[in-house]
Design a protein around this ligand. Sequence first.
Ligand code: GLY
Ligand code: MN
Ligand code: MN
Length: 431
Amino acid sequence: MHLQRRQRFLEAMAPDAVAILFGAKLATRSADTHYPFRQDSDFFYLTGFTQPNAIAVLRTDGGPAFTLFVEPRVEAEEIWTGNRPGVDGAKCDFGADEAHPMGEFSDALPKLIAATKTLYYVPGRNKAVDAHLVQINEQQRLRSRAGGRPTEAQMDPRAILHEMRLFKDAEEVDTMRRAASITFEAHRQTARLAKGGAYEYELSAQLDYEFRRRGAAGPAYESIVGGGANATILHYINNDQALCDGDLLLIDAGCELAGYASDVTRTYPIGGSFQGAKRDLYEIVLRAQQAAIQAAKPGGGLEQIHSAALEQLVSGLVGLNILKGSIPELIEKEAYKPYYMHKTSHWLGLDVHDVGAYTINGEARKLEEGMVFTVEPGLYIPAMAEEVPPHFRGIGVRIEDDLLVTPDGIENLTGAIPTQTDEVEAWVRDS
Ligand code: GLY
Ligand code: MN
Ligand code: MN
């Protein structure tokens, strides 16, 4: 799989070119402790290598097609941090044609790029290598009478890689389906805990537990577990307040499975029944989400999906007297923005906000087989929104699913997680 990806990447590179790609490093948490390691998604996509501090070199200039520089095996260090593949493992287990200890990269760099016309490289990741490349090129320029050859062009490898990553192959789709089904179970087991007096962190811990015991690495992003007005804070991750019966609870939580994210939001009625203003707002968002999913079509675009959601959100807000005026005019003037401030969709894959261009030559791109994206309309009425009748203030609702474009339509990967009010209520009441 990674070999095929590297072959496609090499085919897309210019001739006589070298690509240098950095893996992620361990990030310091505090003093001498680190955050859990997470490989750079581009690096993982091309190599499958999941150890910190590696560099991949891909070449179309006649040199070895795939070289890895990795942390070598050192028994005294591995006792503390665990086994590493090392140089031999880089070749045997990860298919490198050549592998070297990381410490040799700097000395190898001048020779690596000596005959290169085009360098694929992302500056800003490693200042020492950035500076070294500038120095090597200047030296080559000064030596031009004696045959020195500076690289002629520097390209961004992400232009190739991110286009590749946007289209998921059968194996990636299978992983994302499994991530969706783990997320189904995690939401189900957590919805039952949405009772007055429970703390948001208890539900967050339940999500972690369900993700991990089912094989996921954990959440794909910090889980958002927001009761009451906390649901109106888009990236609320404190998750430290008590839940109150009758309030809504917004849970935006998905797992990371084999590198791939699911991204699911459901809004649950704490105590098990949607009431009054909360039911009114929930039903508007539900209609918006259904209309948005209906609008998703191969050959269509994310803008149409967003428009379909906006139409329902704005007409719902007019129906509740929160907005006043003609629906097209309110949409045109973006009068909904105080209550719906984000877009309806984003790409999904190795990253939760995945890579891939949203426009091509300034035009919105069309949906094609293999793309995965979210549909996530919401309404967030700030607690301080004095222009809104008091009973609507401090209520947040979002409903989010993950959609796959198939050869003949759309598959809702997370559609089994209920959204209809009676089914959502039943999940909360199930004890
Ligand atoms: N969980 C982040 C998002 O929905 O985009
Ligand atoms: Mn989300
Ligand atoms: Mn999302």
